[in-house]
Design a protein around this ligand. Structure first.
Ligand SMILES: Cc1ncc(COP(=O)(O)O)c(C=O)c1O
Length: 361
């Protein structure tokens, strides 16, 4: 059986979202964060669409390798840096920037005598307590980096990452900005603090480089707001087809665990998508979908390959009609909230059997 489940990637939306990020960045350089396979939209595809970005941010050396193999020549920053001393030669060969966040990486650099230079970003932990050196370690670490002949010392970019910038009046974010300013006071060099929410809500953190992921895909992390509410367009529409339409009698139940009961004789559609495609299993009855553009609701449990839909609002719907799960016309944030997660988690979660197609708009 050919699966009808399609993730349509809107390349024009990616381009327009980048242009909007540029406006908001007010002259700061834009790193397009395309880790996790471009937040599930496809690494090489997204890189090609966002060709105007000043750099790409990826999670690992492997992503950098894929991008260079695809002919991408733009600057690439590996956000967690080298995982082993042996990675350094690959960073140089592929001309990848390395984020240095840990003493172990510093030691690998110091032990490395390759004559080719490497570009480095220094990550400072200002309160997220994930990756980064502490504020106190900044002067000594910079001195050690600057003593290395095999680094491009002209510009070690100073960076940090926010834990809660999605709340625009958050005390931790204020403290993180203060900590970063203190840690880097008097140091000449380029600075990078803001992610998507930082760009939207923390102008003091704009710095020289913004590192933006979610907004480029039209995704929001601001509670209660969709990417569209923020002026961005969805870059992914997930859709499938109805494979069955029938009338189910009042009092009968739908699907596994018989969790939903028909209140009347009613049309029920079954669509070819389930958790085997990456659609979240945990969404409740009532979760919205669009059937031929009309809003309808999932009823019963999501199963591996199929969902059932209450078609009372779309009575003319027939087998073969298109069902949109999220994207244009139905913000992914609405589904994510019902699934108890964020939009990023859903777009990153598409499985191999979903067919990806590109739409130039
Ligand atoms: C270090 C770093 N910078 C920037 C980003 C982009 O974040 P967002 O997608 O919220 O813009 C990420 C993503 O998690 C990140 O890890």
């Amino acid at each position: 059986m050919s699966r009808a489940t399609i993730a349509t990637i809107h390349l024009g939306a990616l381009r327009r979202n980048l242009a909007r990020v540029r406006e908001l960045a007010r002259g700061a350089k834009v790193m397009a964060v395309i880790k996790a396979d471009g937040y599930g939209h496809g690494l090489e595809r997204v890189a090609r669409a966002l060709v105007g970005a000043d750099a790409y941010g990826v999670a690992s050396l492997g992503d950098g390798l894929r991008l260079r193999a695809a002919g991408i020549i733009t600057r690439i920053v590996v956000l967690s840096g080298p995982d082993a001393a042996a990675d350094l030669a690959e960073f140089r060969r592929l001309r990848l920037d390395a984020v240095i966040h840990d003493e172990s990486q510093l030691r690998w650099l110091e032990a490395d005598h390759d004559a080719r230079t490497l570009r480095v970003w220094l990550k400072i932990d200002t309160g997220m307590h994930r990756l980064g050196i502490s504020q106190d370690e900044v002067p000594s670490t910079l001195a050690r980096l600057r003593a290395l002949a095999n680094l491009d010392n002209a510009d070690v970019v100073l960076m940090t990452h926010f834990a809660a910038s999605d709340e625009f009046d958050n005390a931790l974010t204020r403290r993180q900005i203060e900590c970063f300013d203190d840690a880097t006071a008097g140091i000449i060099g380029t600075r990078s603090l803001a992610n998507s929410a930082g760009v939207l809500g923390w102008p003091a953190a704009r710095g020289d480089w913004v590192r933006v992921g979610g907004l480029l895909y039209g995704l929001s992390v601001i509670d209660g707001k969709s990417g569209v509410d923020l002026g961005f367009e969805p870059a992914m529409t997930l859709s499938t087809k109805l494979v069955s339409v029938k009338t189910v009698r009042k009092g009968e139940t739908i699907g596994y665990a018989a969790s939903w009961q028909c209140p009347e004789d009613m049309p029920v559609g079954v669509a070819a998508i389930g958790y085997g495609d990456g659609y979240p299993r945990g969404v409740p009855s009532g979760t919205p979908v669009l059937v031929n553009g009309v809003r309808a609701a999932i009823v019963g449990r999501v199963s591996m390959d199929l969902i059932a839909i209450d078609l009372r609002e779309a009575p003319g719907a027939a087998v073969g009609d298109r069902v949109v799960l999220w994207g244009k016309g139905l913000p992914v944030e609405q589904v994510a909230a019902l699934a108890g997660t964020i939009s990023y988690d859903l777009t990153c979660g598409m499985t191999k059997r979903v067919l990806f197609v590109e739409d130039d708009n």
